[in-house]
Ligand binder design. Sequence first.
Ligand SMILES: *[C@@H]1O[C@H](CO)[C@@H](O)[C@H](O)[C@H]1NC(C)=O
Ligand SMILES: *[C@@H]1O[C@H](CO)[C@@H](O)[C@H](O)[C@H]1NC(C)=O
Ligand SMILES: *[C@@H]1O[C@H](CO)[C@@H](O)[C@H](O)[C@H]1NC(C)=O
Ligand SMILES: *[C@@H]1O[C@H](CO)[C@@H](O)[C@H](O)[C@H]1NC(C)=O
Ligand SMILES: *[C@@H]1O[C@H](CO)[C@@H](O)[C@H](O)[C@H]1NC(C)=O
Ligand SMILES: *[C@@H]1O[C@H](CO)[C@@H](O)[C@H](O)[C@H]1NC(C)=O
Ligand SMILES: *[C@@H]1O[C@H](CO)[C@@H](O)[C@H](O)[C@H]1NC(C)=O
Length: 470
Amino acid sequence: MFIKFLWIIAISTIAVYGHPIAEAIPASTVQYWFSQRIDHFANNNGTWQQQYLVNATFYKAGGPIYVSTPGELPVSSRYVDNVHVTSLAQKTNGLLVTIEHRFFGSSNPMPDLSGPSLQSLTIENVLEDFASFVRTAKLSPAKVFPVPVSPNASVVFFGGSYSGNIAAWMRAKYPKLVAGAWASSAISYSRLEYYQLDQGFGRHLRALGCAEEFSQAIDAVDEILISGNKARIATLQQELGVPSLTPQDTAGLLSGLGITFSLSPVSTTEDLVEKHVCSFFNSTNQEPIAAYAAVIKNAIKQTRMTQESLIKMGDTSYGIDDYSLGQVNRVWYYMGCKWFGNWQVAPPPVTRLPRYRSRLVNLSYFEPNCQAKFGKGVATPVDVAAYNRKWFTIINGVSNIYFTSGSLDIWHESTVLSAAGLLLKRLNNSSAFVINGATHVQDLNIDQPSDLASVRISRAIGDALVSKWI
Ligand SMILES: *[C@@H]1O[C@H](CO)[C@@H](O)[C@H](O)[C@H]1NC(C)=O
Ligand SMILES: *[C@@H]1O[C@H](CO)[C@@H](O)[C@H](O)[C@H]1NC(C)=O
Ligand SMILES: *[C@@H]1O[C@H](CO)[C@@H](O)[C@H](O)[C@H]1NC(C)=O
Ligand SMILES: *[C@@H]1O[C@H](CO)[C@@H](O)[C@H](O)[C@H]1NC(C)=O
Ligand SMILES: *[C@@H]1O[C@H](CO)[C@@H](O)[C@H](O)[C@H]1NC(C)=O
Ligand SMILES: *[C@@H]1O[C@H](CO)[C@@H](O)[C@H](O)[C@H]1NC(C)=O
Ligand SMILES: *[C@@H]1O[C@H](CO)[C@@H](O)[C@H](O)[C@H]1NC(C)=O
């Protein structure tokens, strides 16, 4: 009570002595909408509303604007309040804004997600949406921000995973608008069959000491799934606690459940892949399938999946005619079919690599859905080489990008930091850093006492770079 009273005196004193109290800063949960064209490059004048959120608490005149997009996820105030860049904004008087990506969350250019409706989902349109916002933010900040912001503020884009691509592309395509980009685990280089994801998971299991056991269990499960013996397959499904789908759909479901914890951050106190995968391979005379069943059942329990959500996850024809809005997986599938492939398959037999998912999870598990879901206008296979020529090449030799990736990230091989060597020919005042022992986008999470030393180092490097760019 007393403390509150003192605060009131302090505040009113400032008011009396003539420092105008800035209008209250709206909470970062307040939704704002920016008008965008459905197609920036076609003769189509239709518009739609793109959602964004702002945290202006740390902003002071002349400070930079930190822009992000959650990519395939809906916006939430977490992206401005509780990320590493929040602390950077605090240090640099910056404003934080996070903008939803077209066709995700509540930002829908069209009334549904049919193939024809998704035609304006092109990378060019996605980037131009963000560029239009940034142009307005620089030229007429009062049109987009709830507090006074200086014109021509420096803009830094940051993002992780797919939105890491966007950060890097924004710097590459709009260098006059975007001063620099922090691209964490950016999925930069595409492959039609991205079996390197499976191998990345194997790398994490190997670091924990259960890769061989896990891979033996996969082989034992495969032996049953390809046996054609319905009774054996039904018994297996019962043991694993999964619905009775076709062998290939069962394999797809299991591959998803197997990597449930692979994206979770590794800290000095916890590694969820250890806790929820390797810890079940704990005895030498254990049946591989029994330990694997414990992993799968536990993953279902931890994620609270219902039988229906399990069917949806494995059955590739589920909801094929459902065009309703708000289906993240449907839009993401479209991007796989139309843009970059990256199908999360088992290593093809010719590679002779150990497998951490069933061999039934191959291209024919994924690809037929492209035309089934989106129509004949979607050609398969997608031309990944053409995609890379355009969207991988564009980030080559661009200045002021900071690329990071965790060594245990399942997406590591798609980043420019691929273990096979730096994929970019020229960095040209951009930087790249492997975060040893980390998984996906750990550097962009808010700082925690239990963070790995490597994560702290990666952030310190990023902070120093950003302060040079702004
Ligand atoms: C778009 O707007 C321009 C200018 O107002 C107009 O000339 C054109 O006909 C419009 N196009 C469509 C497809 O509505
Ligand atoms: C901005 O983020 C900080 C740090 O999380 C938080 O304390 C503050 O309330 C946020 N500002 C707004 C306006 O919500
Ligand atoms: C902002 O930058 C533009 C282009 O460089 C320039 O024409 C304009 O005068 C600047 N505006 C302010 C307020 O500095
Ligand atoms: C070993 O794994 C089994 C499940 O396969 C589990 O029930 C048991 O608690 C584990 N034991 C230890 C010591 O972690
Ligand atoms: C995928 O696996 C199935 C089952 O083994 C097989 O019939 C099919 O030919 C494979 N497809 C590809 C593209 O390898
Ligand atoms: C280096 O980056 C700058 C700015 O992005 C660009 O103009 C220049 O062409 C690049 N140089 C090389 C050699 O790629
Ligand atoms: C890199 O940055 C330094 C310092 O800002 C500058 O002197 C140099 O010309 C830049 N090099 C390229 C290739 O842009």
